[in-house]
Design a binder for this molecule. Structure first.
Ligand code: PLP
Ligand code: LYS
Length: 423
């Protein structure tokens, strides 16, 4: 039953799903539903896997996948650094105790306030993304009397095989400087000409949820060629190449198995010049498989000969990915065993939208009924971090489980939290 895609401690014991040694019935009773149940052991193991794959390089966790102060502390313990893309993510990093020197700051439109904060907090590296930003950052660093380390974000013209909304490395992109159009070369010239900026590396990120190595190695080759050409032209050394994140995960049994971190690192290493340090920014491949989303069934509506809708108490507000990217998930009946024959159902949320679908064509026991708990694996990345208050629902908690104990590392939002904003 428990196949790839589930966190490592997920097990079927005494007629229910357990994660981290805690049964889902107990979790639902204590923390309510919907809730994200995060397997702490899985998170630590995935950080360690990346750290070991790149002992002499830099692993920056892509904080956009899921971030809270407790996760920041786990990253610190694991020796990982952090990639943030807003002032808000930077604030969480600092709240979790991370030294800003270990933070890389991304974003295609960082505000002046964000840039000022990055400089004054001594953020380790700012990834510059536009000509305007190079000018702004150079002026701010100059004003503060510091030399700010930067990387230049380059779009290497690689079309990653993933959903177009999460592909970022193609020529036509809002991110970075185009290699082919010569904009990246101009960015190198401008950064090198700014005395308050120090060019510490080049950066590319081709997209997300990628399960083959071809795009990564092609990007690495193009970036390596560009780096060497820039070094020759300017007589400088560019010590680092950051190939971003993007490694995919299994979302449901049968999905292609993504390469392991060590395989990715080995493949791109082959095309990197020896003097260049490699950096990566995995988000989904660390956080994604760590959490299971837990829902309670509220209604089962059968339309004879057409479809059966199983409605749960969450939906597109806690997982917008099926609606946004057509992402395909699976779910199981998690709170009891059933011998009933399976029938195909559509699992939907409680929002006022027909597109509020969590899982399509899902075989579930025919006796699934209100009060049952459903569990959706691969829910650790881009779910809580993209959750919304649509229809004024409160966002679910993240409950970390380990060795039979459970604690909320992000508490459930309350209506008070929501009402506090209103005049
Ligand atoms: C610059 C950058 N780095 C890292 C990531 C993390 O990506 P992923 O979660 O796919 O590993 C992203 C998001 O796609 C990104 O835009
Ligand atoms: N939000 C996207 C990933 C985007 C990554 C950010 N560059 C997803 O859920 O798949």
């Amino acid at each position: 039953m428990i196949e790839n895609g589930w966190p490592r401690t997920a097990a079927w014991i005494d007629g229910e799903l357990r994660v981290g040694g805690v049964g889902v019935r107990e979790l639902a009773a204590e923390f309510g539903t919907p809730a994200y149940i995060l397997d702490e052991e899985e998170f630590h193991a995935r950080c360690a896997q990346w750290r070991q794959a790149l002992p002499d390089g830099e692993v920056h966790y892509g904080g956009k996948a899921f971030l809270c102060p407790e996760v920041v502390r786990w990253l610190d313990e694991a020796g990982l650094c952090l990639d943030v893309c807003t002032g808000g993510e930077l604030a969480v990093a600092v709240a979790g105790g991370m030294d800003p020197a270990r933070v890389v700051f991304h974003g295609n439109n960082k505000s002046l306030a964000e840039l000022r904060r990055a400089v004054s907090w001594r953020v380790g590296c700012v990834v510059v993304d536009s000509f305007a930003e190079i000018e702004r950052l150079a002026a701010l660093a100059d004003e503060a009397g510091v030399r700010q380390s930067v990387m230049i974000r380059v779009t290497p013209g690689v079309e990653a095989h993933t959903h177009e909304f999460i592909a970022t490395g193609g020529e036509d992109s809002k991110f970075g400087f185009s290699l082919r159009a010569g904009l990246a070369a101009e960015a190198v010239r401008l950064v090198l000409a700014a005395p308050s900026l120090e060019l510490s590396g080049l950066h590319s990120h081709i997209g997300s949820q990628i399960t083959d190595l071809g795009g990564f190695t092609l990007a690495a080759r193009r970036m390596a060629d560009f780096l060497l050409a820039a070094e020759r032209e300017h007589g400088v050394t560019i010590p680092k190449l950051d190939l971003g994140g993007g490694l995919g995960i299994v979302q449901r049994p049968g999905d292609p198995l993504p390469p392991r971190p060590a395989e990715l690192v080995a493949a791109v290493r082959e095309v990197l010049p020896a003097h260049v340090r490699l950096a990566v920014e995995p988000g989904r491949s660390i956080a994604g498989p760590t959490a299971v989303a837990l829902y309670e069934v509220g209604t089962v509506k059968e339309i004879p000969g057409v479809n059966t809708y199983v409605s749960v108490d969450g939906g597109m507000s806690d997982n917008p990915r099926p609606a946004m990217y057509g992402a395909a998930y699976t779910a199981i009946l998690a709170s009891r065993s059933s011998q009933a024959p399976a029938r195909e159902v559509t699992v939907v949320g409680k929002h006022c939208e027909s597109g509020d679908v969590l899982v399509r064509d899902l075989p579930l026991p025919a006796d699934v009924r209100p009060g049952d708990l459903l569990a959706v694996p691969a829910s650790g990345a881009y779910q809580r971090s993209m959750a919304s208050n649509y229809n004024h629902v409160t966002r679910p908690p993240v409950v970390a489980v380990r060795d039979g104990a459970a604690r909320a590392i992000v508490r459930r939002e309350t209506e008070e939290d929501l009402l506090r904003l209103y005049a």
